[in-house]
Design a protein around this ligand. Structure first.
Ligand SMILES: C[S@@+](CC[C@H](N)C(=O)[O-])C[C@H]1O[C@@H](n2cnc3c(N)ncnc32)[C@H](O)[C@@H]1O
Length: 257
């Protein structure tokens, strides 16, 4: 599935399709979804309960929005994705290159929730703390093979595993590899979609493994993680959504025993 994304996933179309805050016809759930993610991540990290030295994000895509809330609580951040052009987009944003995607509206949204930082402070923090942008393949036992990375205090992943895995067995294996990146006591923050069979990026359609809450919580428990929170947002208009056929989005927090 990684090779399929490498060949057909276009980061610029993905930005326009999912992360422009302007309303796009047929995709009115986009802003609701992004707000749900930003809100849940803000709540998670503003407790101050989760902090440490190292944060890894797996399957970051070309985005940085999932790191906006967490970045103030970790010293070093590693971002990663299978697709070369996605990693290049992150690197372009880190260098503040002309024409890179503008995340300031997303940062402003989080600032309004927090009532403290400014988008400029967030951008500066991220640019200082994201130390590495690595190729990763969540289908490998060590997703960063042949590079070995030290155990992380926090792992975040958003919408990656369901897109990277063809069935529940491979999802279980990938979740095990992702959990393997955490130190004991470390926290996994996982964002995804339930009951989804495909998503599209422009004309390109990508298959997803169909998941439900029971399967995810049981799998995490088998893998030695305790689920502390499982938050859901139901899709508003499943049939009118041209982007994907998800029934709900989830955000979960699980701690490695
Ligand atoms: C729907 S995008 C999610 C991107 C971003 N995390 C977000 O929340 O918008 C799915 C991502 O999974 C990545 N991906 C697909 N297969 C992968 C694999 N085997 N290992 C790592 N990443 C993979 C794709 O390159 C893509 O960036």
């Amino acid at each position: 599935m990684g090779e399929n994304h490498q060949a057909r996933f276009d980061p610029k179309t993905y930005f326009d399709y999912c992360y422009q805050f302007a309303t796009v016809p047929g995709q009115k759930d986009n802003r609701r979804f992004v707000n749900f993610v930003l809100c849940q991540l803000s709540k998670t990290f503003s407790t101050g309960k989760y902090q440490g030295q190292r944060l890894i994000e797996v399957g970051t895509g070309p985005t940085v929005h999932t790191l906006i809330s967490a970045c103030q609580y970790y010293d070093e951040i590693l971002a990663s994705d299978y697709v070369d052009s996605n990693r290049s987009e992150i690197e372009r944003w880190l260098r503040a290159e002309e024409g890179c995607f503008d995340w300031s509206a997303h940062m402003q949204y989080v600032c309004d929730l927090e009532g403290k930082r400014t988008p400029q402070i967030i951008a500066d923090t991220l640019r200082q703390k994201v130390k590495r942008v690595l190729k990763c393949d969540v289908c490998l036992e060590n997703p960063f093979h042949p590079i070995k990375v030290p155990p992380a205090d926090c792992v975040i992943s958003s919408l990656c595993l369901e897109a990277a895995c063809k069935d529940r067995e491979s999802y279980r294996r990938s979740l095990s590899s992702v959990a393997g990146l955490l130190r004991s006591g470390g926290v996994l923050v996982l964002i995804g979609d339930l009951d989804e069979n495909y998503y599209t990026v422009g004309e390109q359609r990508f298959a997803c493994v169909n998941l439900n809450q029971e399967f995810i919580t049981a799998t995490l428990s088998e893998l030695g993680l305790t689920v502390e929170e499982f938050n859901l947002q139901q899709a508003e208009d499943r049939t009118g959504n041209l982007k994907c056929d998800y029934a709900a989005s989830f955000h979960l927090i699980a701690v490695k025993r």
